[in-house]
Ligand binder design. Structure first.
Ligand SMILES: Cc1ncc(COP(=O)(O)O)c(C=O)c1O
Length: 283
């Protein structure tokens, strides 16, 4: 049984509960972050914790734990579990509220460690289909616990045999996936949207790996440009770098994972292998 940290205690997952008057339950008021281990080492933990604090700040949620304290709690939770590789979810909830809407001063901290979920190998060998969805997140820089649009969009994607949904704003500007960032390759360069998206930690690593090796543009991307791209890939903590071969009903490139995406995948694998052995490679 997995062991979670809740509010100062380590408890087995089947006994991990929070009171129903928590604003996370009543109003969806809370933030979280999610990462995985390589070689048992939390990948870019500090970046994820800094983003967690930034998310809390953005929604006006008091987050009294320092990055160092959070690091310690995550490490202790990891040690109480025995997975070869883990997924780690860190949640800060709004905590109890007297009038059921005004945040109080006692947020809750939850750290959930579970066995790593591995994505299907076929996604990487053959590429995936994604759909587009007209959705804009309210505060795109914050990783709030409200994933209602994502859940709705992912259901629509599954109905169309797609793995992910990529958000478009009101002017058909490409933003990001429900739980990932997007890159395209065309005219000899990589391009990734930079505005109105979550600053993905995987995206940060990918940018670091790509920028010294390929021309790279961080800028707005239109739907037309996405559909005309030679290669497309998604990146996230849970999917790593996954090639996209179809967007809605449009085949991307020749319908197979492209060579430049393959190169990024190799660079990313090399980076995570080095991370697993205890080093922190330069980006
Ligand atoms: C909306 C959104 N964009 C991008 C990402 C990718 O972020 P990361 O690479 O840090 O996992 C996520 C991760 O869950 C996300 O929810």
């Amino acid at each position: 049984m997995d062991v979670y940290y809740i509010d100062g205690d380590f408890v087995s997952a089947d006994r991990a509960t929070i009171p129903v008057n928590d604003l996370a339950v009543l109003r969806g008021f809370g933030v979280f972050d999610f990462l995985r281990t390589y070689g048992g080492r939390p990948f870019h933990l500090r970046d994820h914790l800094q983003r967690l604090q930034h998310s809390a700040e953005q929604i006006g949620l008091n987050c009294p734990w320092s990055v160092e304290e959070l690091e310690g709690i995550v490490e202790q939770t990891l040690q109480r579990n025995r997975h070869e590789e883990s997924n780690i979810r860190i949640v800060v909830t709004g905590g109890p509220s007297e009038d059921f809407i005004t945040p109080g001063t006692t947020p809750r901290l939850i750290v959930m460690v579970s066995s790593l979920i591995v994505m299907p190998a076929q996604w990487y060998s053959s590429g995936i289909k994604i759909i587009t969805a007209p959705i804009e997140r309210l505060m795109p820089g914050a990783k709030s616990i409200d994933y209602i649009p994502a859940i709705v969009a992912l259901r629509r994607a599954a109905e169309q045999n797609a793995v992910e949904a990529v958000y478009l704003d009101g002017s058909d500007r490409v933003l990001e996936g429900t739980t990932c960032n997007i890159f395209l390759f065309g005219d000899g360069k990589f391009i990734t949207p930079d505005r109105g998206v979550l600053s993905g930690i995987t995206r940060k690593v990918v940018l670091g790996l790509v920028q010294s090796r390929f021309p790279l543009e961080r800028r707005d991307v239109s739907l037309a440009e996405l559909l005309a791209a030679k290669e497309v890939f998604l990146c996230s903590s849970n999917k790593e770098v996954v090639p996209v071969v179809k967007v809605d009903e449009k085949v991307i490139g020749d319908g197979t994972p492209g060579p430049n995406t393959g190169k990024v995948r190799s660079l990313f694998d090399e980076y995570t292998r080095a991370w697993a052995t205890g080093s922190t490679p330069q980006l």
